[in-house]
Design a protein around this ligand. Structure first.
Ligand SMILES: Cc1cc2nc3c(=O)[nH]c(=O)nc-3n(C[C@H](O)[C@H](O)[C@H](O)COP(=O)(O)OP(=O)(O)OC[C@H]3O[C@@H](n4cnc5c(N)ncnc54)[C@H](O)[C@@H]3O)c2cc1C
Length: 478
């Protein structure tokens, strides 16, 4: 029996688990997938928004601004990348300039600091590729960019160091309240028991809610967002996040420099019925290209290396829904966490634990907030490289030439406490296959290393989940 089970290992579940691991309680975070953060948290714009856009007075506004500031601490504690880009919101005419003024007022009401205006020409001096039609810009210096799933993986690694546990392939299909605790029934026929449960299941959070309540106060209306990714060679073409003016559908199609040098273009925003439909479409891509014209007509579309889509957990509640269940004490919903959920995540975890659960237990005297990941070889200086290669000669074998990933980097990614044994899991941790060739050259090598390290046959190595092998059968015999 656990004190707390957290359903969902996205950024929300991951940071809640880490926050709970500060206290003298037992915590287990579970996920239906084979890896940490496989949905919204791996498919978003990666922006730590300033808080200029949410409705003043909402939880979204408060927790976005608080979360933005908390990332400065997480950067050091969890060793996560944080690119301090700042952002420009652009206007093209008198009408839009008036809307920009209103947005500025909203930003100030929300407590966003350091904002100022630039003329179109002043902005183009800093960002020369901005469209000539832009007349005015609202600058938001507190906007940053991170590497979202690394935040989750490092948060769960740190929580494990402090006594928490993680269980993957744990798909909750029903929940029962029995006496003073909850019994979670999993798809594989097993059960888990806990005194308290936290529903952090992203686009599935209303389905989890309906497992214990007839009429939850929120329903998820999933909204898809599609993107293009430009190769790392595009680094420096844009140095700020570039936003159009927001609309009811969201923050619009953006230009977003990424922590590893790539540039993201997108997203679209439209409601879908299948909440796990993460496919991309020709129409979506056309829409992005069309809308980017208002931001810049100098985007090198020949540098696109891939596209992807994520599904937002937008809810009918129209704000983050962070509340104890109306039916059962000890069951908490952290639901409807669409944008700016990545930004707000550290503040959401703190708010839940301190203001909703109001945990009244002693902290662990030996809680260690620091996570020290094994650095990737290419990030080391020459002296450190010499030392590491003596200890681990497999750093001498470069597997992914695009992202400079060595065989030892891949071994480390497999065997770390939150390691993974799938091709996609290695890409998430070591970036093998994330570069220009998208794994065309290194994927077969990564597969062989996973097979050897986990002692399975090559055709038993999965792409991302159970039963997703890449190789079907042997075609040649000796
Ligand atoms: C296109 C797009 C762009 C965005 N851009 C930004 C941005 O730039 N900045 C920003 O701040 N926010 C952004 N967001 C929002 C942000 O990504 C999300 O708010 C955040 O990732 C939510 O995390 P989560 O943990 O709630 O959900 P998820 O990451 O989806 O995690 C939920 C987890 O629950 C698991 N789960 C579901 N059902 C079950 C079950 N029955 N049993 C066990 N496990 C289950 C899932 O497998 C999943 O891993 C964007 C979102 C999208 C989709």
């Amino acid at each position: 029996m656990k004190d707390y089970i957290v359903i969902g290992s996205g950024i929300i579940g991951a940071l809640i688990t880490r926050t709970l691991s500060k206290y003298q309680v037992s915590v287990l975070v579970i996920d239906k997938e084979n890896d940490i953060s496989s949905h919204q948290t791996i498919a978003n714009s990666a922006i730590i928004h300033s808080g200029h856009d949410p409705k003043p007075g909402s939880l979204k506004a408060r927790l976005c601004v608080e979360g933005n500031a908390m990332y400065d601490t997480l950067e050091h504690e969890l060793a996560i990348p944080l690119l301090r880009t700042g952002a420009y919101v652009v206007a093209h005419n008198n009408f839009e300039e008036q809307m920009l003024q209103e947005l500025h007022q909203r930003a100030k009401q929300n407590g966003v600091l350091g904002t100022y205006f630039l003329s179109g020409d002043e902005a183009r001096k800093v960002e020369p590729r901005l469209s000539e039609t832009i007349t005015k810009v609202l600058s938001l210096p507190s906007t940053k960019v991170t590497f979202p799933w690394e935040v989750s993986i490092h948060a769960i690694s740190n929580a494990i160091k402090n006594g928490a546990e993680f269980k993957r392939n744990a798909h909750v299909i029903s929940i029962k309240k029995v006496e003073d605790h909850f019994v979670l029934h999993l798809k594989d026929g097993t059960t888990l028991e806990s005194k308290h449960v936290i529903n952090a299941a992203g686009v599935m959070s209303d389905l989890i809610a309906r497992m214990i309540e007839e009429n939850p106060e929120f329903e998820i209306k999933p909204r898809k967002g599609e993107y293009f990714v430009l190769d790392r060679k595009a680094v420096g073409l844009f140095n700020h996040v570039i936003y159009p003016l927001p609309t009811k559908a969201g923050k619009g199609v953006l230009i977003v420099p990424q922590t590893h040098g790539n540039i993201l273009l997108g997203p679209t925003s439209y409601e879908i019925s299948d909440r796990e439909d993460e496919s991309t479409s020709r129409e979506g891509m056309k829409y992005i290209k069309e809308h980017l014209k208002a931001l810049s007509n100098q985007i090198p579309f020949d540098m696109i290396i891939r596209n992807f889509a994520g599904v937002r957990a937008t809810s009918t509640y129209e704000d983050f829904y962070i509340q104890e269940s109306k039916t059962y004490k000890g069951f908490y919903h952290v639901a409807g966490i669409d944008s700016p959920g990545l930004t707000a995540a550290p503040a959401i975890a703190k708010y839940l634990v301190e203001e909703v659960i109001r945990i009244d237990l002693p902290m662990k005297p030996d809680f260690d907030p620091i996570h020290q990941p094994i650095p990737l070889f290419h990030t080391l200086c020459d002296v450190q490289k010499q030392i590491e290669i003596q200890k681990h000669p497999k750093h001498g074998h470069l597997v992914c030439k695009c992202e400079k990933v060595t065989e030892q980097d891949i071994i480390n990614a497999i065997h770390s406490p939150t390691g993974n044994d799938t091709i996609k899991g290695i890409k998430k941790r070591a970036r093998a296959g994330a570069g220009l060739c998208q794994g065309g050259y290194c994927e077969s090598e990564v597969l062989k290393i996973i097979a050897r390290e986990t002692k399975v046959k090559p055709n038993e190595v999965n792409y991302y989940a159970k039963n997703t092998p890449i190789l079907v059968k042997e075609t040649k015999t000796k």
